[in-house]
Design a protein around this ligand. Structure first.
Ligand code: SF4
Length: 184
């Protein structure tokens, strides 16, 4: 026991070093996201996150948006508990058979205009789960997807950039009637 305590005192951390922080870039992107959301909705952007079958790696990066470093809520981006309060469904993972109906119901409960963002390689094309008996397929097989954010998992900064691109693209109200973007 004493040996373990001594080793833990002299040994350095075994985890990888964190990536270089760039608070200025985060702040700049956050302000851009807030500006575009206010222009579009006249208020903050509400996101409902749906794990359709992910390994939770994507969720860790999404959770990071709320940590003390990114603190994305200061820019008016909120994660909400109900799809009835959401503008955007942020879906991770390949859609599993167990989650298919839940995902469809969540989409149906979200008021229009609404957008679906498929976050991570699994949401985009099943990723490492491709071919699994438990998987229906990518999110686009179940819901109309407006934006794909690649990565395994996508970095928080890429999630912010993706949301800005999504809001920027939704320029005219007529495009929002069906709750989808015109992707031409
Ligand atoms: S994209 Fe990577 S981190 Fe995200 S659910 Fe798939 S395997 Fe996990």
């Amino acid at each position: 026991m004493r040996k373990i305590i001594f080793e833990s005192l002299v040994r350095g951390p075994l985890t990888e070093a964190p990536p270089e922080a760039d608070p200025a870039a985060v702040a700049e992107l956050g302000v851009a996201l807030e500006r575009v959301a206010r222009r579009r909705f006249g208020r903050s952007l509400a996101i409902r996150e749906v794990d359709a079958g992910s390994c939770n790696g994507c969720e860790l990066e999404i959770h990071a948006l709320n940590n003390a470093f990114y603190d994305i809520e200061r820019f008016g981006l909120r994660f909400v508990a109900s799809p009835r309060h959401a503008d955007v469904l942020l879906v991770t993972g390949p859609v599993t058979h167990n989650m298919k109906v839940a995902l469809e119901r969540t989409y149906a409960a979200t008021p229009a205009p609404k957008w679906v963002v498929a976050a991570g390689d699994c949401a985009n094309g099943c990723g490492v789960f491709e071919g699994s008996y438990a998987v229906v397929g990518a999110v686009t097989k179940v819901l109309p997807v407006d934006l794909h954010i690649p990565g395994c998992p996508p970095k928080p900064i890429d999630l912010i950039k993706g949301l800005i691109a999504l809001m920027d693209k939704a320029t005219t109200p007529s495009r929002l009637v069906a709750g989808r973007l015109d992707r031409k």
